[in-house]
Design a protein around this ligand. Structure first.
Ligand SMILES: Nc1nc2c(ncn2[C@@H]2O[C@H](COP(=O)(O)OP(=O)(O)OP(=O)(O)O)[C@@H](O)[C@H]2O)c(=O)[nH]1
Ligand SMILES: [Mg+2]
Length: 298
């Protein structure tokens, strides 16, 4: 008799910047979730489906947990994270190869409240020598009954296949949750907006990235008005006029760079040429505005 099919939801948790989105992308061999060196890059729960022989794993990337919600946007991110954890069959607590800090302690405390299996995933092992890793693993093992402790480098791909293997073994038996060719439940429109946001995170400093959100206004596939290219127009919102000027830059050069980099990645995602247009607007205190947040899909 063939072994039973396994399928389930696996949620990635962890403080900002530990590499959750990098890991999701590595598991999928596809750049689905945006990545940047700045904390709190991910703002939505992003589902990515890994299809394999005899299994299907739905990974949920989540926003990094904040110490204390500062505004409505933070609160919504926190709620979506809690919802994603509630939905999971298995949780992965992703950490850096350092001793647990207060955020990790809080995660472990919250994980104790539920009955689900939890793996510790120690990411970024490419940045430390082995002798530094062992005491970290020992400390975590002492502090929480993890089912597995898995050192990986999401960036290099080291340990990721082993992690997937261990994950699959813990999944419940059951039927596939998504159609066989489905990679995510997010639309191309959403992903295009995320790619633009990623470029803002990568190209600007200080408060600008966190004050930015992107709305896709128009998305026309193979537009005859644009020589058969997909036509995408986007509005980049910031909170203040000073931020708007920084985003646009002298002579529009800074915004142009966002456009060049975003278009390249959007074309790669779609597999089609794209004509991209962007406008920058300020929307005062949008992170506090429930109606605006709702409209923007937060
Ligand atoms: N050296 C190294 N860097 C990594 C590794 N994984 C991720 N990074 C880097 O860490 C930074 C943060 O990665 P993300 O994947 O955006 O982290 P995240 O946990 O999703 O962050 P939030 O979305 O803010 O919660 C990026 O600069 C990544 O390139 C790794 O295995 N090794
Ligand atoms: Mg992320």
């Amino acid at each position: 008799m063939a072994p039973a099919f396994r399928a389930g939801f696996v949620t990635l948790l962890g403080r900002p910047n530990v590499g959750k989105s990098t890991l999701l992308n590595q598991l999928l061999s596809f750049k689905l979730s945006i990545v940047s060196p700045k904390p709190q890059t991910t703002r939505h729960v992003i589902r990515g489906v890994v299809h394999g022989e005899g299994y299907q794993v739905v990974f949920l990337d989540t926003p990094g947990l904040m110490r204390r919600p500062m505004h409505q946007l933070d609160l919504r991110m926190l709620q979506s994270l809690q919802f994603a954890a509630g939905e999971a069959d298995l949780l992965l607590l992703v950490v850096e190869p350092k001793m647990p800090g207060d955020i990790e302690a809080r995660f472990m405390e919250e994980l104790r409240q539920q009955e689900k299996p939890v793996f510790l995933v120690v990411n970024k092992v490419d940045t430390v020598a082995k002798p530094h890793l062992l005491p970290v693993l020992e400390e975590y093992e002492k502090r929480y009954p993890f089912q597995e402790l898995v050192p990986i480098s999401a960036l290099m791909g080291d340990g990721v296949a082993l992690l997937l293997d261990l994950v699959v073994r813990r999944l419940p038996e059951g039927e596939a949750l998504y159609p066989p060719d489905e990679l995510t439940d997010r639309s191309e429109r959403f992903l295009a907006g995320e790619i633009i946001r990623e470029k803002v995170y990568r190209l600007y400093k200080e408060e600008v990235p966190h004050a930015t959100t992107v709305a896709i206004e128009t998305f026309v596939e193979q537009s005859s008005e644009h020589g058969g290219k997909d036509y995408i127009s986007a509005i980049i919102y910031v909170e203040r006029d000073t931020q708007r000027r920084i985003l646009i830059g002298r002579g529009g050069l800074a915004l142009k760079q966002v456009g060049v980099e975003a278009r390249k990645d959007i074309e790669e995602m779609l597999g089609r040429p794209v004509h991209l247009e962007m406008w920058v607007k300020s929307a005062s205190r949008w992170r506090q505005n429930p109606v605006f947040l709702q409209e923007m899909g937060y």
